[in-house]
Ligand binder design. Structure first.
Ligand code: AHM
Ligand code: MG
Length: 332
């Protein structure tokens, strides 16, 4: 009987996308299809991640994969999976990826969308069974369909995103995304092979309970960041740092908190990339009622000038980010 089966409560992702699309009568359905392509690639990558530890067991996988090809690192595999899914989908004309040096133009595609993606973020956590994620942004192309994709197409300000989201490969796999009408989260049910709506219209608390920063670099932080960290300690705010951006971000968005990757002596612009990591998360946090800046400027308003540009990153609960910014003012 149905009572015996523990059915997920939320509606399936496909149905959600379809219902949302029908609210916009002039929508062509391409963005909906693109989100489905991302979800599909996410399922494949999730499967590969879940058995990645087996790759080290001699005889089980070894250095060849099932097709007999040399085993590749998971971040390279994830890059291929997402690019393949988006190429086949046909809605995308070009992809920029943290894993690639330059623009990948999808020749055959007449698609009107551009994707910026970090296919597998937190790579230092892959080998140690800690949560990792995929981060993506969707933009509308500026050039005409059929023309060559230009730098202006891919170097758009975060404000121009039409959708953004992430997959988190954690204790559950989730897809969290926004199209500018709030943030919704979907949890993957592996035996049914479907994402189900589990987190509707996510809002982040205005005041946070966690601060997340790599304090190992404390002595090379600027004075304002040191002051903020010191203040968190004085106020007994809990420290949480996984070192996996999506996981740190996801926890802080749900529970309230701030994530900081500041500039340091060795990384004068911080570590995180504006196009692949910061813009997507900034769009999500603003949709969830939070704030994202480089310490001074709103992330979504920064004009990128190069593909792999880095920015200092302050993101999370509005009050915590504002407090950090106020301590940065006028300090070295
Ligand atoms: P990656 O894109 O090479 O994986 O680096 C990004 C990761 C983030 O997930 C994480 O927040 C950060 O690097 C951690 O850096 P650090 O070890 O310097 O604290
Ligand atoms: Mg990354």
């Amino acid at each position: 009987t149905t009572e015996d089966i523990n059915l997920p409560i939320g509606i399936p992702l496909d149905r959600f996308i379809q219902e949302r699309q029908s609210q916009f009568p002039f929508a062509s359905g391409e963005l909906s299809q693109l989100l489905r392509d991302i979800a599909l690639a996410g399922k494949i990558v999730n499967l590969e991640i879940s058995r990645s530890g087996l790759n080290d067991i001699e005889g089980a996988y070894g250095s060849k994969n099932v097709q007999g090809e040399d085993q590749q690192k998971l971040d390279v595999i994830a890059n291929e999976r997402f690019i393949n899914a988006l190429t086949k989908g046909g809605e995308v004309c070009a992809i920029i990826s943290e894993e690639e040096d330059t623009i990948r133009e999808l020749e055959s595609s007449k698609g009107k969308y551009i994707i910026a993606i970090d296919p597998l973020d937190g790579s230092s956590n892959i080998d140690v069974n800690v949560s990792i994620g995929t981060i993506f942004s969707v933009y509308r192309r500026k050039s005409n369909i059929g023309e060559k994709v230009t730098m202006d197409d891919v170097l758009q300000r975060g404000e121009e995103q039409v959708a953004a989201g992430y997959l988190i490969y954690g204790s559950s796999c989730m897809l969290v995304y926004t199209t500018g009408y709030g943030v919704n989260g979907f949890t993957y049910e592996p035996s049914l092979g479907e994402f189900f709506l589990s987190h509707t219209n996510l809002k982040t608390p205005e005041e946070g309970k966690y601060y997340s920063i790599n304090e190992g670099s404390y002595f090379s932080f600027e004075a304002g960041v040191k002051a903020f960290v010191d203040e968190c300690k004085q106020n007994k705010v809990s420290a949480r740092y996984i070192g996996s951006l999506v996981a740190d971000f996801h926890r802080n968005m749900l529970k309230g908190g701030i994530y900081i990757y500041p500039k340091t002596e060795s990384a004068p612009n911080g570590k995180l990339r504006l196009c692949y990591e910061c813009n997507a998360l900034a769009f999500l946090i603003e949709q969830a009622g939070g704030r994202a800046t480089d310490g001074e400027n709103r992330i979504l308003e920064i004009q990128p000038t190069t593909l792999h540009q880095r920015v200092p990153f302050f993101i999370g609960s509005e009050k915590m980010v504002l407090r950090a910014e106020s301590l940065l003012v006028g300090q070295e």
